[in-house]
Design a protein around this ligand. Structure first.
Ligand SMILES: Cc1cc2nc3c(=O)[nH]c(=O)nc-3n(C[C@H](O)[C@H](O)[C@H](O)COP(=O)(O)O)c2cc1C
Length: 191
């Protein structure tokens, strides 16, 4: 009789362990296999679209989130920013000083930017150029006003020396009602 209870107890313990392992694997796959990696979601956003997508990605992949901000904020007026400061920075190749963070602890850095003058916004250029991305994986995401993602992922390769840059998530404005699903299927494909 004693042996019977030992066997039942063993079955319960082993069964629970197997169930736990299956749940963990399923969860890891659901989150793009990023579970065991240190993740940072870093983004710059002027009018909130890229911030919205960054938060949605962060909800799905976890890790830390960081807003890249220029030391000197852009004007709140669209024309002053678009045709003034941002255009000048783009034309002159200026990387404006930013309030930076250290990416050393992270394996995977999601990097979000609005499309600005056919490429990434200058503060994101600074972020990529001033940090050491050697051996890290960068996952770009781009919001735009109708022009698409341009060659922003390739531009990131040039700035973030030694990084592996994966396929970007590209979305108009802040996406539609299905944007969470779109993000999930993009993450799934990155595995
Ligand atoms: C300075 C500036 C330049 C822009 N250049 C482009 C562009 O080249 N192509 C495009 O499709 N949209 C362009 N846009 C629109 C933004 O990419 C789009 O509205 C984006 O979603 C804004 O993101 P945010 O709200 O995170 O700042 C530009 C906007 C600004 C302010």
């Amino acid at each position: 009789m004693k042996n019977f209870w030992i066997i039942i107890f063993s079955i319960i313990v082993i069964g629970t362990g197997v169930a736990y392992a299956i749940t963990q694997t399923a969860q890891s796959q659901q989150q793009g296999g990023f579970m065991d990696k240190k993740i940072l979601v870093a983004y710059f956003s002027w009018s909130g679209n890229t911030k919205s997508i960054a938060e949605k990605i962060h909800n799905q992949v976890g890790g830390d989130i960081f807003e890249i901000t220029p030391v000197t904020p852009y004007p709140s007026d669209y024309n002053e920013t678009a045709y003034g400061v941002a255009k000048e920075q783009k034309d002159k190749g200026i990387h404006p000083p930013i309030n930076n963070t250290d990416v050393t602890p992270y394996d995977i850095v999601f990097v979000g930017t609005p499309a600005w003058w056919y490429t990434m916004a200058p503060p994101v250029m600074t972020f990529l150029a001033e940090n050491n991305f050697e051996g890290k994986t960068i996952v770009p995401f781009v919001t735009h006003g109708g022009g698409g993602g341009y060659t922003i992922d390739k531009d990131m390769v040039k700035l973030a020396k030694g990084a592996k840059v994966l396929a970007p998530f590209v979305v108009y404005s802040r996406g539609g009602a299905g944007v969470d699903k779109d993000i999930a299927s993009w993450l799934e494909k990155l595995k």
